[in-house]
Design a protein around this ligand. Sequence first.
Ligand code: ADP
Ligand code: MG
Length: 339
Amino acid sequence: MKKRILLLLMVLLILTGCARYGLKRTANRDIFAMDTVMNLTCTGENTEEALDAAEVEIRRLDKLLSTGRQDSEITILNHTGSGVLSSDSMAMVQKALEIYETTDGAFDITVYPLMELWDFTDGEFKVPAPDELAEALELTGSDKVDYSPKTGRIVLSDGQGIDLGGIAKGYASDRLKEIFREYGVENGTISLGGNVQFYGKKADGTPWRCAIKNPFRPNENNYLGIVETDDRAVVTSGAYERYFTEDGKKYHHILDPKTGYSADNGLVSVTIVSKSGILADALSTACYVMGLDRSVDFWRQYGADFDMVLMTEDSQVYITPGISEGFTSDFPVNVIGEK
Ligand code: ADP
Ligand code: MG
């Protein structure tokens, strides 16, 4: 009996000691925000606190950016046509305008009036009339936005609106990474819909593995391929997330700002791997619009900061050399050359 009590005391002592000096734990949380299911995991000493702070941040950004909320900063800007942006929106708008330039307009946050016409969030889908589209196209073009990076003052041209949906989750994942760092998280994963951000190295030293959905069978455990990486974001854009079909044609939520219609340039999936979540998010959308050849040219010019995995309609997979090691796929894989 005495022995048992002694043992119990020892266990209690160890447990309280661990609590005081910090016990490594893995914590996990599901959150529904930004119109998608998110999952965060992390290992370290203050994991619950880290996840609480992460959740607060996600909800703050959702409230700030959502075009679906009447009181968000972006909705108010779209109504009034001008304003001074918060530091979060400044970071996103700045990056978006930069990528608008480098992608020759493929990434364009002024697609808002077009998105309104298509309204992929509504159950009552319909293809907009050509004259409606032509009118909205007139308003599209980030070059018509007057923005001062110094003050954050932004002035939209008449009828224009902005939509940060192609970049917001990437920005959020970068912010969550900063929060993980502040809370001393050792390693973790941040999964925001199709945006995955790996934080730190896995405890056993092996790389993180990220499965990319097979765009032809997105609801099955059937993958386009698996990417191995350390401490980077892996962001995928595909036509299978939000779409409807009319007269046998599929219409989805990534728009070609030149035509006003869903991007239809031969790609069915684009994955960007980068240290920067915001860059990966914007480029996954942009490359989807640009198609294979323009994306490859773009990578040759600006590829120092990212890798990519592209899949074409005929099920060919194209990857850049930086992630070819450890990449596995059941589809034919082509490694893109430097030149
Ligand atoms: P998801 O949001 O499903 O992860 P993306 O990151 O590719 O997919 O972003 C698609 C969203 O980006 C759309 O819902 C819309 O808000 C916005 N968008 C659509 N087309 C463009 C475009 N050409 N440039 C910038 N943003 C776009
Ligand atoms: Mg994107």
